[in-house]
Design a protein around this ligand. Structure first.
Ligand SMILES: C[S@@+](CC[C@H](N)C(=O)[O-])C[C@H]1O[C@@H](n2cnc3c(N)ncnc32)[C@H](O)[C@@H]1O
Length: 206
């Protein structure tokens, strides 16, 4: 019996280390983790390639799709999942949340990334010659638990970049982080993740 091999890649060795540890804990043995740049490095032929929440960060998404085309054998499938930050919502309205969405969007755009890439994905796949391209929208939404903390945690992560871009003061960033945690801890509030667009297509057989 042949054993399927799954290869997971990232450009950051720290992320790979964390993923390797999690795979060990879950006793997943048919997984190999490799350091690779999705835009530059070659990969061998796979039946199925998936990239989640990576293209949003790239300056050259089309080149990444060309590399993935080369990594998929004819007839194989590509699946991309990525964000549309415009669909990030909460209830009730919250000034700190709106400002967080604005700061994330502006910081990413100033750095050449696309925080709203989701709806562009099918067109990018078609341009890269994939066929039978399809699209679906999914969205995480929470009233409690860890996923409700995504906004304050992300605000903490992007704080230095926001400051470096001169988009807010340290005092404002600290206040936003505080207000976002308060909002998330309130059991009466609802917080979504960004809208997520899933798109997939085939590399033609010939
Ligand atoms: C938001 S995380 C998503 C991680 C994972 N794919 C997931 O779905 O949970 C974005 C990841 O993209 C990786 N990344 C950014 N640029 C990359 C590139 N050029 N090649 C490969 N990985 C890259 C980062 O190191 C980071 O781990």
């Amino acid at each position: 019996m042949t054993r399927e091999l799954h290869v997971a890649t990232d450009i950051d060795e720290i992320k790979l280390k964390l993923a390797r540890r999690e795979a060990e804990q879950q006793r997943l043995t048919n997984l190999e983790f490799r350091l690779a740049d999705i835009v530059e490095d070659e990969l061998e032929n796979f039946d199925f390639v998936q990239a989640r929440f990576v293209l949003t960060h790239l300056l050259n998404q089309q080149k990444a799709l060309e590399k993935m085309w080369e990594a998929i054998h004819p007839g194989g499938i590509l699946a991309i999942e990525d964000i549309d930050f415009r669909g990030h919502f909460c209830h009730p309205e919250c000034a700190a949340f709106s400002r967080y969405v604005e700061l994330y969007t502006k910081t990413a755009q100033r750095r050449g990334a696309d925080p709203n890439i989701g709806p562009r994905l099918p067109g990018l796949l078609i341009k890269a010659r994939f066929e039978a391209v399809q699209i679906k929208v999914v969205q995480l939404v929470a009233m409690s638990g860890e996923s409700k903390l995504m906004a304050p945690l992300t605000m903490e992560t992007i704080a230095d970049s926001v400051l470096a871009e001169g988009l807010a003061s340290r005092a404002e960033v600290d206040r936003l982080i505080h207000d976002l945690y308060e909002f998330a801890r309130d059991p009466d509030t609802v917080v979504s993740g960004p809208r997520v667009v899933q798109t997939w297509g085939h590399r033609p057989r010939s």
